[in-house]
Design a protein around this ligand. Structure first.
Ligand code: R5P
Length: 325
């Protein structure tokens, strides 16, 4: 079988190291750096000719730099005659620009997909894309994963009975995600009516479903960016009598006023996966609980390499290896 090679960009090396630990494979030797003027550069320090190459890089902040770095790494491996190149993108930046919802705006998520294919990616692995339809922006195979198994597993360790739990979708776009969490952790379902006024300002008032009063509320979103959506939703459920409020998201984008908002919001715990590294200023928010999705990504890489089913993986494995830290 073609040997496997795993490389990491600079966006989230600790996650890449954990994935390699899961696989029992060393991280490939690649120099990834910047020229003095800010241009991305990389050089593979070992042979990749005929290898099955996986490049791990979330396109998180600084988004344009991490995206460009990923593109040059793919180009580099293609020109070095790798047999197959899989871009493993735990967080896919630009995903919210996935449609023309007004005139004269780009569909940047599609542009990113084009760039990745043009650079030479043969496959993509993504995790909790903002919208599942982004898969269709690619004409190469894309395995779309979810961090839900490690998040649900953690929630189940908290020991709440299904009768005390209400799972809350912070907007209409997250209903499908919320119903899946209801199947995994139990409880009833509630949906918040969210209206967005700008990139950082939202309005939330009405709730459909429930009940909320006296329940432990779990709010799930794909990402927490400025924190406007999730903090507003937490405030609504608290005002409606929730006795505890947990929020969980796969991607902790955490930009702008996010930390101040999360600190001030009536939230007991913020559960995030490790697709995006925390900055030093994020660490001061003591109510963050981080779970690793390295086992999900590692198992996926193994299965792609061995030509095994990914959907079967979710059916047959319990991801109890999501570390808490
Ligand atoms: C929106 O559709 C997304 O699912 C998230 O709710 C949103 O992008 C989070 O952004 P923010 O934290 O800035 O409200």
């Amino acid at each position: 079988m073609t040997p496997m090679k795993i490389f990491s960009g600079t966006a989230n090396r600790p996650l890449s190291e954990k994935i390699c630990e899961y696989l029992g494979e060393p991280l490939g030797n690649m120099t990834v750096e910047k020229f003095p003027d800010g241009e991305s550069f990389c050089r593979i320090e070992e042979d990749v000719r005929g290898k099955d190459v996986f490049i791990i890089q979330p396109t998180c902040r600084p988004v344009n730099d991490t995206l460009m770095e990923l593109l040059v790494m793919i180009d580099c491996c293609r020109r070095a005659s790798a047999d197959r190149i899989t871009a493993v993108i735990p967080y896919f930046g630009y995903a919210r620009q996935d449609r023309k919802d007004e005139g004269r705006v780009p569909i940047s998520a599609k542009l990113c997909a084009n760039l990745l294919e043009c650079a030479g990616a043969n496959r993509v692995v993504a995790l909790d894309l903002h919208s599942a339809q982004i898969q269709g922006f690619f004409d190469i195979p894309l395995d779309h994963l979810s961090a839900s198994p490690v998040i649900d597993e953690y929630i189940n360790t908290l020991g709440y009975s299904p009768e005390e739990v209400v799972v809350v979708s912070p907007d209409a776009g997250s209903i499908k995600r919320a119903t899946k969490h209801v199947s995994a952790v139990g409880g009833s379902l509630a949906i918040i009516d969210k209206r967005r006024h700008s990139g950082s300002e939202v309005e939330q008032a009405h709730i459909i479903g429930g009940p909320i009063e006296g329940r432990v509320a779990f709010l799930f979103d794909d990402m927490i960016s400025t924190g406007g959506s999730i903090c507003g939703a937490a405030k609504v459920v608290k005002e409606m009598g929730a006795k505890k409020v947990y929020v969980a998201a796969s991607h902790g984008v955490l930009c702008g006023p996010a930390i101040e908002r999360l600190e001030a919001a009536p939230i007991d715990e913020v559960v995030l996966s490790d697709t995006i590294p925390l900055l030093p200023e994020h660490q001061k928010l003591k109510k963050i609980k981080r779970l690793s999705c390295a086992s999900i990504l590692g198992e996926t890489i193994k299965r792609i390499h061995n030509h095994e089913s990914i959907s079967q993986m979710y059916k047959s494995l319990r991801f109890t290896t999501g570390q808490y830290f």
